[in-house]
Design a protein around this ligand. Structure first.
Ligand code: SIN
Length: 493
């Protein structure tokens, strides 16, 4: 009963760690095991760890509100209710969460949370703390983690997933038979030219699942983070910095978010991202994050960010720094039930690649690491019973199985630019139609041979699916902002 887990972020590693038969588990990753969105995560993991000052009901309410009415309520309840146990597991696995002077867990506040409930490790190196501890625990269980091995296809037989086809960075290929395949491949930030995501985030899992015929959902919902450094690489400046009091100013020094939303810089992430982008467009000038009130405390409270900002030649302790929104997190993905089961027998999906329904149209800050831990664990428990049919509520099948006539290959840059222009922070029908036509006119590599060629083909397929889903949803919802929605036009006039 072999289980192949694809990906070494929190979801894949928790699934491996909780799997009932470690001897049957093989973990594959296309790069180094630490190359993941999890490892890069600065801001923390949200969960109820102070029953006196917080509650599961409050965490559920905050998550539903952020999701703009489009969350799956049962999935949200599972996420929040399982949260405290999964935090306990992470602590048991050796994750060094930050402590208050009294010795308890230190809890921070982030946008759209009603209570300070965000746990961090190493100040702003939460993901690294989690990934390193989990990798140690997984290998300590005797589970093989095989790096530099890209999955290029799911092997199916009679509608059931039976294994994976792989390609190593050295060019060798191998088919691996499995009773269950768990996609934990992470996100797709490389769809855009500006992203907080690492280079490995190339929509691989969504593309693999789509080609195999799995049901996908909510692909139009892509979240942009409001504050990345407006410099090449778009280094993320965690929401925790605003959570602790940093503010946004335009080039005249005005705190423009005060006029946009009652919660100003701590409004839901889509509101802040659009507020920043609008102000940049209106003024034709940069927008700045002002964290100078912290002064030299920045170096101790946010050591990783401080080092990166200073390495970029900016003295953020004494002057505001230019920021810009950038692609951050895909709420949509491979549709699953509450145990990670997809519509294809034998195929599971956990973490960012999955659409569990917990995020709706807009993810609440710091719920993504929690989702990985909760649903990675749930999938592992389901695997002990054997693969099942998809048991979740039916969702719209957004899969595009058509093979289009194609004319020209696209470069990664062309693809990213097209997606940014057509399926970025604001969308309209004309722009989406033009983007769809542009994407349809390009071919991925007809016979991808290298890892990079496979990745570009995956991005192209994901971009087509996302553009189509975005065009089909004509009303704005959360991160999907239709500038041609009559209600948006009314507000603007
Ligand atoms: C951040 O630190 O702002 C990112 C955390 C998240 O995306 O949840």
């Amino acid at each position: 009963m072999t289980t192949v887990i694809v990906g070494t972020g929190i979801a894949g590693l928790v699934c491996a760690l909780a799997h009932p038969r470690p001897e049957d588990v093989l973990v594959l990753t296309k790069a180094e095991p630490t190359a993941s969105n999890t490892f890069a995560a600065q801001g923390g993991i949200a969960a109820v760890t102070d029953p006196a000052g917080d509650s599961i009901a409050a965490h559920v309410a905050d998550t539903l509100t952020a999701g703009a009415g489009l969350c799956d309520a049962a999935a949200v309840r599972a996420l929040c209710a399982d949260g405290p146990d999964r935090i306990a597991d992470l602590i048991a696995a050796g994750v060094p969460f930050d402590r208050s002077p009294a010795g308890g867990l230190a809890r921070g506040l982030e946008a759209a949370h009603s209570v300070a409930r965000i746990l961090h490790a190493g100040g702003d190196a939460t993901g690294a703390g989690i990934a390193e501890a989990l990798l140690r625990a997984v290998t300590g269980r005797g589970i093989e983690v095989r790096p530099h091995t890209l999955v290029t296809a799911l092997i199916t037989d009679g509608g059931r997933v039976r294994g994976v086809r792989t390609l190593t960075s050295g060019g060798a290929g191998e088919d691996i038979t499995a009773d269950a395949v768990v996609l934990a491949t992470g996100g797709a930030g490389q769809l855009y030219p500006y992203t907080s995501n690492p280079e490995v985030a190339t929509a691989d899992g969504v593309a693999l699942a789509a080609r195999a015929g799995a049901v996908l959902a909510d692909l139009e919902f892509y979240q942009f983070h409001p504050t990345t450094l407006a410099l090449p690489g778009n280094f993320l400046i965690s929401e925790a910095v605003r959570g602790e009091g940093a503010v946004l100013r335009d080039h005249t020094g005005e705190r423009f978010m005060l006029a946009v939303h009652p919660d100003a810089e701590l409004a839901p992430r889509d509101v802040v991202a659009r507020g920043v982008a609008d102000r940049m467009r209106e003024t034709g000038a940069p927008v700045f994050l002002d964290a100078t009130a912290f002064g030299d405390r920045l170096a101790t409270r946010f050591p990783s960010i401080d080092a990166a900002v200073r390495a970029a030649g900016l003295d953020w302790a004494h002057e505001p720094v230019p920021i810009t929104p950038a692609a951050h997190y895909w709420m949509g993905g491979v549709a699953t039930d509450l145990a990670g089961r997809t519509s294809l027998p034998g195929l599971y999906a956990v973490g960012e690649v999955a659409r569990t329904g917990v995020h709706g149209a807009n993810r609440l800050a710091s719920n993504s690491l929690l989702e990985g831990a909760v649903f990675g664990h749930r999938a592992a428990l389901a695997l002990s019973d054997g693969p099942f049919e998809h048991a979740g509520k039916p969702v719209e099948d957004q899969n595009d199985r058509t093979v289009r006539a194609t004319s020209a290959r696209c470069t990664r840059d062309e693809l990213q630019q097209a997606v940014w222009e057509g399926v970025g922070l604001g969308r309209d029908d004309a722009g989406l139609a033009a983007t769809e036509a542009r994407l349809a006119g390009w071919s991925g590599e007809p016979a991808p041979a290298t890892v990079a060629e496979h990745e570009t083909a995956n991005l192209l397929l994901a971009a087509r699916l996302m553009a189509r889903a975005a065009r089909a949803r004509t009303r704005s919802a959360g991160a999907h902002f239709r500038t041609d929605d009559a209600r948006v036009l009314e507000t603007a006039s």
